[in-house]
Design a protein around this ligand. Structure first.
Ligand code: ADP
Ligand code: GLC
Length: 495
C-alpha cells in the first residue's frame, strides 16, 4: 500500500453537521487527524433536515442518482461542503446524500418502519459517490450498524467495478448495544435479496437480519474504541450476542482508544467559555464556575464543589444508580449538581424531580446544547459518569483536559483513561469504582468529596495536583492516528 491512502469515511453523524453523541465527534476528529497526515479523506453522511443551517452553503456534485433496491426506485442527489477545522490547510470534503423522503425528519435516528432502508441507502450511496466522482478508495471506513452493510456490498454488488479492486474495509464498533436488527424483509428492501446466502443463516431462518453482524463477518478489519472494550465485547457479558463472532475474528480485531479534538476541546483556547485557563493558571476556572452556576440559577460558593453531568440519558449511562445515591448525598453533603442531558423519560423525570427537591443545589437542563456542554466541563469541579458500560467515552477525557476530575465506573474506555487518585503519591487523575451498584457509586462520590475536603489550604493543593495530572495527560488524536494507519496498512492488498 502507498504510504498515503484514499479513505472513504462513512458515518451516520459527523459534528458539527449532525451529532447525538461521541460518534459525531469522532467522525469529524479522526478524518481531520488523517488528513493532517496527508491522506486523502472524504466523508459521506446523510443530508438530514438539521444539516441545512442557514449559513451553510453546499455545492452539488451529483444532480441525480438512482438506486433500485428491492423493486423500489430511490432517487438521491449529493452535495458537498468542507469539514471545518482541518489543520494545516488540508481539505476534507463531506458528501451529503440528499433523499428527502428518507432523511428530512426531525431527528437523526428514528423508530420509523424504514429505518433499515435509510441506512442501507446511505451504504449504497457512499459507493455510488466513489463511482460517480472517480474516487478510488484504498479504505472504506464504516462506523456502527448504520454503515455495516458496506463490506458485504463491496463483496457482492460492486465486485464488477474495477474501481474497488484494491479497496479494503474497516468497521469501527462504537457501541455494540445498537446492532440494527430487523425483520428479514429488510434484506429485500436493502437490495440484498440475491446475497441472502451471505447472511447468518440461523438468524435468517428465525426471520431477522443483523446489520452489525454482517459488518463483523465481512469487514477486512474491525476496530473498537478502547482496548478494554475490545476485550469486553468478546465476552458473553458485554458482547450482546455477538461475542462468539468477535472471538472468531480476534486476529483482525483491534481496540484503539479515541482521542479528543484539541481544536474543539481545550480550556486554553475554548471560545465557548467565558474565561480560558490552563494547568499553570487555574484561576480562570473559577470564573467559569461562577458563570455556570449563575446561568443555572444557583448560588456560587467557592468552597462547595460542583458536580457536572453531560450525557445522553440512556440505560448505558448508569443513571439508575444515581436515583438512590444522589438524593442521599445531596441531603447530607454540601455539594451542587448541574446536569445537561436528554433521553429516556425516566431519567429526565428523575433529574427534574431532583432539581425540584433540592432547588438550591441542583439544576437540570433538559436538551442538547454544545455551549452549555463546554461550560459544564469548564465550570464544574468534578464530573460524574457512572456508565454501566462505555466503549470509550469522550466526556471523561474532556473533563480531564478541563481540570474537572471524573468519577467513573471501571469499564471500557473509562478504565483505560481514568486512574484512581492516590493522595499519598499524588498519582492518578480521577475516581474509579469497581462495582456497578449503589455502594460502588457511593464510594466513588465519597472518595471525590473527601479528596475535595474543605476546598481550601492543603486540601486545595491536593486537589490542584489531581487536576493537573488530568490536564497534562496526552489525550489528542496525534497518538491514536498511528494505530489506524497500522490497521489500514495491515489489510492492504498483497499483505
Ligand atoms: P456517547 O457517544 O455514548 O453519547 P461520549 O462520551 O463518547 O458518549 O460522547 C458524548 C458526546 O455527546 C460528547 O461530545 C458530549 O459532550 C455530547 N453530548 C451528550 N449529550 C449532550 C447534550 N445534552 N448536550 C450537548 N452535548 C451532549
Ligand atoms: C459511542 C460510545 C462511546 C464512544 C463513542 C465514540 O457512542 O457509547 O463510549 O466514546 O461512541 O466512539
Amino acid at each position: 500500500m502507498r504510504a498515503l491512502v484514499n479513505v472513504l469515511f462513512v458515518s451516520s453523524e459527523v459534528a458539527p453537521f449532525a451529532k447525538t453523541g461521541g460518534l459525531g465527534d469522532v467522525a469529524a476528529a479522526l478524518p481531520r487527524a488523517l488528513a493532517a497526515r496527508g491522506h486523502d479523506v472524504r466523508i459521506v453522511m446523510p443530508m438530514y433536515a438539521r444539516v441545512k443551517a442557514p449559513d451553510r452553503t453546499f455545492e452539488t456534485v451529483i444532480g441525480e442518482a438512482v438506486l433500485v433496491l428491492g423493486g423500489t426506485r430511490i432517487v438521491f442527489s449529493v452535495h458537498t461542503a468542507d469539514l471545518p477545522g482541518v489543520p494545516g490547510g488540508a481539505k476534507v470534503p463531506v458528501y451529503f446524500v440528499r433523499c428527502s423522503g428518507l432523511y428530512d425528519r426531525p431527528g437523526i435516528y428514528t423508530s420509523d418502519h424504514d429505518e433499515h432502508l435509510r441506512f442501507a441507502v446511505l451504504s449504497w450511496a457512499s459507493l455510488v459517490v466513489c463511482q460517480r466522482l472517480g474516487f478510488r478508495p484504498d479504505i472504506v471506513h464504516a462506523n456502527d450498524w448504520q454503515t455495516s452493510l458496506i463490506p458485504l456490498l463491496l463483496r457482492t454488488m460492486f465486485t464488477w467495478d474495477r474501481l474497488f479492486a484494491g479497496t479494503r474495509t474497516v468497521l469501527t464498533i462504537h457501541n455494540i448495544g445498537h446492532q440494527g436488527t430487523f425483520g428479514k424483509n429488510a434484506l429485500g428492501d436493502a437490495g440484498l435479496a440475491d446475497a441472502a446466502h451471505h447472511f447468518h443463516q440461523d438468524q435468517l431462518r428465525e426471520g431477522r437480519i443483523n446489520f452489525l453482524l454482517t459488518g463483523i463477518l465481512y469487514a477486512n478489519a474491525i476496530t473498537t474504541v478502547s482496548p478494554t472494550y475490545a476485550r469486553e465485547v468478546q465476552t458473553p457479558e458485554h458482547g450482546v450476542g455477538l461475542d462468539a463472532f468477535l472471538r472468531q475474528r480476534r486476529e483482525v480485531l483491534f481496540g484503539i482508544l479515541n482521542g479528543i479534538d484539541e481544536g474543539e476541546w481545550s480550556p486554553e483556547t475554548d471560545a465557548r467559555i467565558p474565561q480560558p485557563y490552563s494547568a499553570e493558571d487555574l484561576a480562570g476556572k473559577e470564573v467559569n464556575k461562577r458563570a455556570l452556576l449563575e446561568g443555572a440559577g444557583l448560588r456560587y460558593y467557592p468552597r462547595v464543589p460542583v458536580m457536572g453531568v453531560v450525557s445522553r440519558l440512556a440505560w448505558q449511562k448508569g443513571f439508575d444508580l444515581c436515583m438512590s445515591v444522589l438524593p442521599r448525598v445531596l441531603a447530607k453533603r454540601q455539594v451542587q449538581l448541574v446536569v445537561l442531558g436528554t433521553g429516556e423519560p425516566q431519567y429526565e423525570k428523575f433529574f427534574s424531580a431532583l432539581a425540584f427537591q433540592f432547588p438550591k443545589q441542583v439544576a437540570y437542563k433538559r436538551g442538547f446544547s454544545e455551549p452549555l456542554a463546554h461550560l459544564i466541563e469548564a465550570g464544574s469541579d468534578m464530573f460524574l459518569m457512572p456508565s454501566r458500560y462505555e466503549p470509550c467515552g469522550l466526556n471523561q477525557m474532556y473533563s480531564l483536559r478541563y481540570g474537572t476530575p471524573p468519577i467513573v465506573h471501571r469499564t471500557g474506555g473509562l478504565a483505560d483513561t481514568v486512574t484512581p487518585f492516590d493522595a499519598g503519591r499524588r498519582s492518578g487523575n480521577g475516581f474509579v469504582f469497581d462495582h456497578f451498584d449503589e455502594s460502588g457509586l457511593g464510594y466513588g462520590v465519597a472518595h471525590a468529596l473527601a479528596t475535595w475536603g474543605s476546598g481550601e489550604g492543603e486540601d486545595r493543593e491536593r486537589w490542584r495536583a489531581l487536576q493537573r495530572n488530568g490536564m497534562r495527560a496526552r489525550l489528542g488524536w496525534d497518538e491514536r492516528v498511528n494505530a489506524y494507519e497500522m490497521v489500514y496498512r495491515m489489510i492492504a492488498p498483497g499483505r
